[in-house]
Design a binder for this molecule. Structure first.
Ligand code: IPD
Length: 291
C-alpha cells in the first residue's frame, strides 16, 4: 500500500518537507478544485452511470463507472499541475512521484449511498507527506466535498479546518453515556460479524449509534458537532485522509486502542476525554481481536 516516498522532516513553518504556508494554501486550493470538479461529474452522471459495474473485496464492496471516471478526472488534473507528486487512489492504486508528497483520493466515499441515491457520499482529496498511510503519514491539506449538499470541508496542517470557508472548532464532547457515536463496517462477512459484536456491546452504553456510510463525512461530522464520536476498524487511507486532517485541525483527538495511535487497524475520533473513554470501552468489547 505504501508508495516509495522519502520521510518528510518538519520545516520552520511546522509543515513537513519545508513547505511554506503559501504552498500549503495552494495545495488545499487544488484539493478543493479537484474535489468539486469530481463532485460535479459524479452528481450529474448518477442517473445514467451510477449503477454497479464491478465488485472488489466482496459482493457488497461495489464500484460504479463514476468512481473510475471521477478518479481519472482528479488524476489528470493532478498530473497537469503537480506531476512530481505521487498519487494513491481507491480505484487506480499508486502512481509514484519524486516530491515526497502523495495525493490520497477517494472519488466516491460512500459508494453504496451513491448507488441508492442517499445524499451522504463525498469526494475526498488529501495530500500527505511521507508514508501515505497512518500512523506515520503527515496529512498536509485536504478537502471533503459532498456533491449533493454542496458542503465542503477543507483543512491545512497547522492552520485549522473550515466548512464552506468558516472555521470549524470541535465541541468539548459529552461523557460516553450521552454520546452519539458513528461507526462503519468492513465488507467481508467475517469482519462484519466481529463488528456486530462490538456494536452490541456499545449500544446500551451510549446515546445512540449511527452508520452513515461515508467515513470521510463521519470524520467531518465529528469536527462539526454532528456526531460526538466516530470509530472504525480497517479503514483504508483514502477513506480517512482528508477527513482525518479536518478532524485533527478542528481539535478532535484521533487515537487507537490500548494507548496506540490511530491507524488503519483502529481509528477513534472524538474530543480528547471522550476518545479515551470510547477507546477503553472498545478495547473491553474486543474491538481488536488478536490476530
Ligand atoms: C466506505 C465508507 C464506509 C466505511 C467503509 C469504507 P467506500 O468507503 O467510507 O462508511 O464503513 O469501511 O470502505 O467503499 O464507499 O469508498
Amino acid at each position: 500500500m505504501s508508495a516509495a516516498v522519502p520521510p518528510a522532516a518538519e520545516g520552520a513553518s511546522g509543515l513537513p518537507g519545508g513547505l511554506s504556508p503559501q504552498e500549503a494554501d495552494a495545495l488545499v486550493a487544488l484539493a478543493e478544485r479537484a474535489a468539486r470538479a469530481a463532485g460535479e461529474l459524479v452528481r450529474a452522471g448518477r442517473a445514467e452511470h451510477g449503477a454497479v459495474t464491478a465488485t472488489k473485496s466482496s459482493r457488497t464492496d461495489v464500484v460504479t463507472a463514476m468512481d473510475t471516471a471521477a478518479e481519472q478526472l482528479i488524476r489528470d488534473l493532478l498530473r497537469a499541475e503537480r506531476p512530481q507528486d505521487a498519487v494513491l487512489g481507491e480505484e487506480g492504486g499508486t502512481t509514484g512521484g519524486t516530491s515526497g508528497l502523495t495525493w490520497v483520493l477517494d472519488p466516491i466515499d460512500g459508494t453504496v449511498n451513491y448507488v441508492y441515491g442517499i445524499p451522504a457520499y463525498a469526494v475526498s482529496v488529501a495530500v500527505v507527506a511521507g508514508e501515505p498511510a497512518p500512523p506515520h503519514w503527515q496529512p498536509v491539506a485536504g478537502c471533503v466535498h459532498n456533491p449533493e449538499t454542496g458542503e465542503t470541508w477543507t483543512a491545512v496542517r497547522g492552520a485549522g479546518a473550515r466548512l464552506d470557508g468558516e472555521p470549524v472548532v470541535a465541541a468539548a464532547g459529552p461523557p460516553l453515556a450521552e454520546a452519539l457515536v458513528g461507526t462503519g463496517f468492513g465488507y467481508t462477512a467475517q469482519r462484519r460479524q466481529e463488528q456486530a459484536g462490538v456494536v452490541a456491546h456499545l449500544l446500551p452504553r451510549v446515546r445512540d449509534v449511527r452508520r452513515i456510510g461515508s467515513a470521510a463525512l463521519d470524520l467531518c461530522a465529528v469536527a462539526s458537532g454532528r456526531l460526538d464520536a466516530f470509530y472504525e476498524r480497517g479503514l483504508n487511507p483514502w477513506d480517512a485522509a482528508a477527513g482525518w486532517l479536518v478532524a485533527a485541525e478542528a481539535g478532535v483527538a484521533l487515537v487507537g486502542l490500548d494507548g496506540a495511535g490511530a491507524s488503519q487497524e483502529m481509528l477513534v475520533a472524538a474530543a480528547p476525554r471522550l476518545a479515551e473513554e470510547l477507546a477503553a470501552e472498545l478495547f473491553r468489547a474486543g474491538a481488536l481481536p488478536p490476530v
